[in-house]
Design a protein around this ligand. Structure first.
Ligand code: NIG
Ligand code: FE
Length: 393
């Protein structure tokens, strides 16, 4: 092994995220394991007894090590909060997409410094809870200037940036949706393409219908952006079918699905990304994860961290919800929060601890990943390594 290699051994239980490494299960479990990290990448994984000789050694003291979480859906660029809206919801009011405009007003009025500090704080919050890859969307600017600055700020933290100018129709275009779609697919897209990898649309009653969503997504695709869709969150609708038809990497929310939607997800490469923090925070029925899994769909779990429908940055919390409320097993939920998220972002280099992958991992203050759901709300993430470097806390 190279002189720069580090051996992390004494791992009581290692999750590799690959059936090729470990016990043959999708989660790839190895007991009494070790990992060798070199130049920010995984160089070797396996039983500690078989580890190659390496000069620098760290001891996990029997704890569980798993891949860093891949949070494939978040909206971190915004100002203000909507605690009052949450409070009213908990007293019985329903969630409405129109609340997005409240955050748009606050975001437009905020300085670059305030927005940058907010994103940095939330990314740090995520990192402390084990997230090492995050996707960040624009969507609270909805002008050319404010969408661009949202994406530029997001890019300071991740390559996984998503142009979501089609989040809601801003109030200055309330009577001219066609005019806003023209702006979205014209000047705004031109300005945002250099700062984005993905294009997303909130395809829902109260936001964008199937025709407008298709127009925006195909315009983005023609400019080299890859599609993902906010679909079927507040009721049944055309979002999932559109996502599958366009070959989107992911259809997100999937709360209200017809049999045809489930079939489309199962027979396409489109990942069903479930965001159970949203159902928790809007007191809505949870998506039917079992139905999707049993049909053979690929399921990811993400936070959707945003000030309106779900203000959590915690993947462990979402895993606990997925297990308790969506009847996923802890192994399924952890897979969906790591490998599933990576598939939803079409990334082969994250979400798994296999040779060649990025050395993004966490050490849990627990003997097993099961504790992520078994001990909800407890800060179990002891250490996070990002590209082979341990976090400073
Ligand atoms: O994913 N559904 C659309 N967008 C966000 C909510 C945004 C908001 O309410 O501010 C979501 O849930
Ligand atoms: Fe969202």
């Amino acid at each position: 092994m190279a002189a720069s290699s580090v051996l992390l051994d004494g791992i009581g239980l290692l999750v590799t995220g690959s059936s090729d490494y470990g016990d043959g299960s999708p989660l790839g479990e190895v007991e009494d394991a070790a990992i060798v990290v070199d130049q920010g990448r995984v160089a070797w994984v396996g039983p500690a007894a078989a580890a190659p000789p390496v000069d620098v050694r760290e001891d996990a003291s029997g704890r569980c090590v798993l891949p860093g979480f891949v949070d494939s859906h978040s909206h971190l660029v915004f100002a203000g909060d909507r605690a009052a809206e949450f409070d009213a919801r908990m007293a019985g009011r329903a969630y409405q997409s129109g609340g997005i405009r409240t955050t748009v007003t606050a975001t437009r009025a905020a300085s670059d410094e305030v927005l940058a500090a907010n994103v940095a704080r939330l990314v740090t919050e995520m990192r402390r809870q084990g997230t090492t890859t995050v996707e960040i969307k624009s969507g609270y600017g909805l002008t050319v200037r404010d969408e661009v600055r949202s994406l530029v700020l997001a890019r300071q933290h991740t390559d996984e940036t998503t142009f979501l100018g089609a989040h809601v129709v801003p109030k200055e275009f309330a009577d001219d949706v066609a005019g806003y779609v023209e702006l979205l697919t014209g000047d705004m897209l031109d300005a945002c393409v250099p700062h984005s990898r993905w294009v997303d649309v909130f395809c829902e009653r109260g936001a964008f219908d199937a025709d407008a969503a298709r127009t925006v997504l195909t315009a983005g695709m023609a400019r080299g952006l890859r599609p993902r869709v906010h679909a079927n969150q507040l009721g049944p609708g055309p979002g999932v079918a559109l996502a599958c038809e366009l070959g989107a990497a992911s259809a997100d929310h999937c709360t209200y699905l017809t049999d045809a939607d489930v079939d489309a997800l199962a027979s396409s490469g489109t990942v069903a990304t479930l965001l159970p923090g949203v159902e928790f925070s809007t007191r809505s029925p949870y998506p039917e994860a079992r139905r999707l899994l049993e049909a053979g769909a690929v399921v990811a779990i993400a936070t959707d961290c945003n000030p309106g429908s779900c203000f959590t940055s915690s993947m462990p919390f979402c895993i606990a919800l997925a297990v308790r409320e969506m009847r996923m097993t802890p192994a399924e939920a952890v897979w969906s929060a790591t490998v599933g998220g990576a598939v939803a972002l079409r990334r082969a280099d994250v979400g798994r601890l296999v040779p060649g992958a990025r050395a993004d991992l966490m050490v849990l203050d627990a003997p097993s990943y099961v504790h992520l759901a078994y001990r909800p709300g407890v800060p179990l993430v002891a250490t996070v390594w990002h590209e082979g470097k341990p976090s400073p806390w």
